[in-house]
Design a protein around this ligand. Sequence first.
Ligand code: ADP
Length: 267
Amino acid sequence: VAITASCVRSSKGEPINGILNVRDITREREEEERRSTFISVISHELQTPIAIIKGYASTLARSDAHFDRATQHSRLVAIEEEADRLNKLVENLLYASRIQANGLQMDISSLDLASLIHKVVRRIQARRQDVNITASIPSNLPTVVADRERIEEVLLNLLDNAVKYSPRQQAVSISAHATGEEVIVSVSDSGMGISLRDQEQIFERFHRVGDPMSQATPGAGLGLYICRAIVEAHGGHIWVESTLRQGSTFSFSLPREERAQLPMVVF
Ligand code: ADP
């Protein structure tokens, strides 16, 4: 809290009254902290790929440099990956500022979640052969009404995180089931896990877990914030169950098609 005290004086300057002002500044402090975290996270997330791109590009461009084809190729691939990382960061920043400014515009239609899940898994497997993602999705999974692109974004974010925050070669799984009202999708990993305290905050903008392995992993703390906004805009929920050093399961629910109320602009 912020406390200010002032004194009301008579025309002769004698104190006649006192005013004590007690103000809860928790929200202002949180906003201030978030702003300074934002600046340090974004600067770091911009600097690292730029440094890698610049370093590799300038060695490749040197007129006296002679690299074999394999070295040349691996450096070009690294440049491409870092450019993708920058692109993703900018996309996420725009996404998050749109959420803050005027909510999400949705393009809603009937969605076969099962085939979308299989498509996203194939897409991640294509670029990460070192990861084994198992999908157990019942063939009769009910349809939902949803914005296909945005739900794809949620699935990509959760699966990317499961892979990113787990040691190499660890298995990741995705499953789905239906209840009477909803379809629930869960993404599980046996990675580093998240403490109870962090579980309460990871869906906030720019919140990243402080531990060194998490900090060493690229990220700006926007993915889960965006996931939550998307899922809640569909009338669903997103949550995490996790045990430190054992793994995490992120789940989200979406109303079944026959239960959904079609929103125009939501969140
Ligand atoms: P980031 O881009 O930093 O990964 P997210 O919003 O997706 O941003 O995640 C927020 C933070 O939550 C991450 O920085 C990480 O510390 C933690 N986190 C997310 N997913 C996992 C996971 N599967 N296992 C462990 N920690 C996770």
